[in-house]
Design a protein around this ligand. Sequence first.
Ligand SMILES: *Cc1c(COP(=O)(O)O)cnc(C)c1O
Length: 234
Amino acid sequence: MRPTTADSFAAAMSDIRATIAKAAERSGRKGSDVEVVAVSKTVPGDAVREALKSGHRLFGENRVQEAKTKWPALREDFSGVRLHLIGPLQTNKTADAVALFDAIETVDREKLAISIKKECDRQDRRPQLFVQVNTGEEPQKAGIPPDRADEFIAWCRSEVGLTISGLMCIPPVDEEPALHFALLANIARRNRIKALSMGMSGDYETAVELGATLVRIGTALFGARPPTAPVLKG
Ligand SMILES: *Cc1c(COP(=O)(O)O)cnc(C)c1O
């Protein structure tokens, strides 16, 4: 894997931003309506430091423990960092997640919603909250099934008192992602949700055409990751 430098990261980002700008225009939006979450999972701290030197500030991690060991030092050296949790959250890690992250993109079940509310109140922190929708209804994947999404969002809002401002999905690898992005955009529209986190290195252009406001990009910025064990659902 090529080492990340501030220049190589900036060059990769600039290509991605150009692709996003064109895709956004095709859907009557502006490139500046879309933010890139640089997915730094498994990326060593030194490489993330280079990305930060290039000026980028929005990052995604999929494991609480990894973020906890990597990010406090980086945050001491760089101001304005925003960190999104994009992996499944177990309730026993909710306190750490609420303390560390500026957004939790993976709210997907009642017990977790209640636990997040409790920690937000206890710590007086208000991370932005996204509901993850399992648009492909894959049994091994986290997320609320699409036919329960409206009910779950309404319940989080009225019964738990959470502000749900975004939706997130990860389409099945072997299916046309556009169908899943369109489904997520529809759920967002009818629930008056503005933030849409969808699209990764391989499909972000399609996601932007269908309304993504956040794309989560790892490989296209940092290079290929070493193979890892699968992430278990929360
Ligand atoms: C790893 C990961 C990404 C980034 O995937 P790439 O294909 O490397 O861009 C995006 N979203 C989630 C939830 C991930 O776990």
